[in-house]
Design a protein around this ligand. Structure first.
Ligand SMILES: Cc1cc2nc3c(=O)[nH]c(=O)nc-3n(C[C@H](O)[C@H](O)[C@H](O)COP(=O)(O)OP(=O)(O)OC[C@H]3O[C@@H](n4cnc5c(N)ncnc54)[C@H](O)[C@@H]3O)c2cc1C
Length: 402
């Protein structure tokens, strides 16, 4: 027989979005549970290296940030969501700092990098383990609260009731548990791991990124948008074999690495929007100007030798360690790269409070669509998780009380 649990707010997923929602809902006075598929640590968010965008530069503004998102999305993003994202970015950074995240600083301010599609230096970093630092701080905050953690509880079904929602989760034993909650926040991420498996391609994603929660939400009537718009990370690792599919931080290009073909020629603007850079690499290889790895995989060269040593040591230490451990020093020789499936641009339709088209059902993070339109800029996903996770948590707690 199915066991039954009761909460004000149920959060599904323990990445940055789910944890930000859970912490916010709990702080707003709600009884909160986080049900997640694997361990609490298992998510894409913790793998994020590059950084998080916020307009702190003297020549920058939330409006300029919004304009860059709009342009990079090829004018397909939801402007209302974009304005929320960029307008609350600085506050989101301060909130993360209050939870203990220490962003890399220099000259009395944040160390800011310019990332693909951005017209200003706007990317804050914690070395090259930004997502790890953010999720660790959020996890500690939630674990120190009265909130309940339900690891190894994948959501398998959802239904609405007079008083809210009932979620069915599977337990490790194979038994099912029914969780009643006035409101539910879906933060189960995207589907690129499964999509890559189905296509026989590589992905940067963790194995939990399988997308069934989007399907479950759509089956109960939630609307979605742009689900066909999947994003390739321009710089997947190709060689050595243990780094195949590794997401080489795009800050390599921000700090001066160039993309070269087999002739040693540059062929694209390395700081163009993600889709433009990935497409340029595909084209170069398709037209026979690429190189082939020892394992026979297609690639171009990322000339990381152009990155100043100090920048690499401050902002790319983890990447350097991984390559050097595999016998390649990226500061001494170019590395091989090829685009790899990375991110689900589209997702469930939400409003400014992160509510889906169904009352009391919220969505935030990669599972939600609209904020990036059909092409996300790097560094805006961790930001989206924080900004809309907080909004979802607060709104879900408030609605649960009403
Ligand atoms: C290698 C890598 C590098 C990246 N670098 C950056 C970067 O530098 N900057 C940036 O902004 N973005 C980056 N991204 C993108 C960004 O990290 C993710 O898009 C974002 O963190 C997604 O957060 P999320 O909370 O929505 O989902 P996730 O972090 O993927 O979390 C989803 C959670 O839901 C759980 N889940 C899934 N299905 C179910 C289910 N059925 N029931 C219960 N739980 C479920 C998962 O186990 C997981 O805990 C990167 C992504 C990757 C993979």
């Amino acid at each position: 027989m199915a066991e039954s649990l009761l909460f004000d707010v149920l959060v599904v997923g323990s990445g940055a979005a789910g944890l930000a929602a859970a912490v916010s809902a709990e702080r707003a006075g709600a009884r909160v549970a986080v049900a997640t598929k694997g361990s609490l640590q298992s998510c894409n968010s913790a793998k994020a290296q590059g950084g998080i965008q916020a307009a702190f530069g003297e020549d920058d503004s939330p409006e300029q940030h919004a304009q860059d998102v709009w342009t990079s999305s090829h004018e397909t993003a939801d402007r209302r969501l974009v304005d929320v994202l960029t307008g609350e970015a600085r506050d989101a950074i301060h909130w993360l700092e209050a939870l203990g995240v220490e962003f890399t600083r220099e000259n009395g301010g944040y160390r800011l990098a310019r990332c693909g599609g951005a017209t200003r230096r706007r990317l804050l970093q914690v070395g090259d383990r930004t997502g790890y630092a953010i999720t660790a701080a959020l996890r500690e905050a939630f674990e120190a609260s009265k909130g309940v953690v339900l690891p190894h509880h994948p959501l398998i079904a959802l239904r609405s009731t007079e008083n809210g929602w009932v979620a069915t989760c599977r337990q490790k034993t194979g038994d099912h548990v029914e969780i009643e909650a006035a409101t539910v926040v879906l933060a189960a991420g995207g589907r690129c791991w499964k999509e890559a498996e189905d296509r026989g391609e590589l992905s940067t994603n963790h194995p939990g990124a399988t997308g069934e929660t989007t399907r479950i939400a759509m089956e109960v009537g939630a609307e979605a948008r742009d689900l066909d718009a999947l994003q390739y990370h321009p710089n997947g690792g190709v060689w050595p074999s243990n780094l195949q599919g590794y997401s080489i931080p795009e800050t390599t290009r921000a700090y001066g690495a160039t993309l070269l073909n087999a002739e040693g020629e540059r062929f694209t603007d390395e700081l163009g929007p993600r889709d433009a850079v990935a497409d340029a690499i595909f084209l170069e290889v398709d037209e026979g100007r690429g190189v082939t790895s020892e394992a026979g995989r297609p690639a171009v060269l990322l000339d990381t030798t152009r990155i100043p040593r100090t920048d690499a040591e401050i902002s790319l230490p983890y990447m350097l360690r991984r390559y050097r451990a595999a016998g390649i020093d990226p500061l001494e020789q170019p590395i091989l790269t090829y685009p790899v499936l990375h991110y689900q641009n589209g997702g469930l339709v939400i409003d400014e409070q992160a509510e889906t088209t169904l009352e009391g059902l919220y969505a935030c993070g990669e599972i939600a669509g609209g904020t990036h339109g059909r092409n996300r800029m790097m560094g805006n996903s961790l930001l989206e998780c924080t900004v809309f996770g907080r909004r979802a948590g607060r709104a879900a707690a408030e609605k649960a009380r009403s």
